[in-house]
Ligand binder design. Structure first.
Ligand code: SF4
Length: 163
């Protein structure tokens, strides 16, 4: 049974920076869980960050920029937490490699897990197109990354005969 990497906060784990989970009601997730496919990950907590923790955003780019050392992950106070985010991403990639995972469903808008959109680093609620630090690393390593809004597409890829 091919496994899928899923953000822990989408699975009801209260691991977000604010101590909450993300509420999703998605039958495909339930089905995957029943099939034993789900491998849960929270890159930020796995890297040693606390719950709750200060919100962080990517400044001057997105996750690809972070890996290119052109962007950084910062808290509103200005503290640079890039190293935590990179470590969390590397742990997530190691999990994928251990379980031969080719598909991930990660939480949209997060500086780690966002796959289409992230906050712009101004802490004003503005979003830009881009990927978080973990999503970028996984994609660079051939893993297809989806969000809670595109779970059906992830399920289609998972069941595609040509894989
Ligand atoms: S790092 Fe990912 S899994 Fe962890 S709380 Fe943020 S969005 Fe959820």
């Amino acid at each position: 049974m091919e496994k899928v990497l899923v953000s822990a906060c989408l699975l009801g784990r209260k691991v977000r920076y604010d101590g909450h989970a993300v509420s999703v009601s998605e039958s495909i997730l339930d089905q995957w869980r029943a099939e034993g496919r789900v491998i849960s990950v929270c890159p930020e907590v796995d890297a040693g960050m606390s719950i709750p923790r200060a919100p962080a955003e990517i400044f001057a780019g997105d996750g690809y920029g972070v890996w290119a050392e052109a962007a950084a992950v910062v808290e509103a106070s200005g503290s640079d937490v890039t190293d935590y985010f990179k470590k969390g991403a590397q742990l997530a990639l190691a999990l994928c490699q251990k379980h031969n995972i080719r598909v991930a469903v990660l939480t949209e808008n997060s500086p780690s897990c966002g796959s289409s959109a992230i906050y712009d680093g101004s802490f004003t609620g503005r979003k830009i197109a881009g990927a978080g630090v973990t999503a970028a690393l996984l994609r660079d390593n051939g893993i297809e990354v989806f969000s809670q809004y595109t779970i059906e597409s992830a399920n289609n890829v998972l069941h595609s005969k040509n894989r």
